[in-house]
Write a protein that binds this ligand. Sequence first.
Ligand code: FES
Length: 61
Amino acid sequence: MVCLCHGISERKVRRAIDAGAMSLAEVGDRCGAGTICHGCHPTIEELLDVAVSVRPRTAFA
Ligand code: FES
């Protein structure tokens, strides 16, 4: 579980990132994670860092 406030699993956060979320706000918009106490932000940021570092450059265009 990544976000205890919303009961959001790592899998759901990864799905939001795979669908194009590139920031904490975008992850929150897509699945709700990180929008209440913000305690899960460090974990979401780690998942974003890993995903963004392996994304093809064209994904940023
Ligand atoms: S644990 Fe994610 S917003 Fe509180």
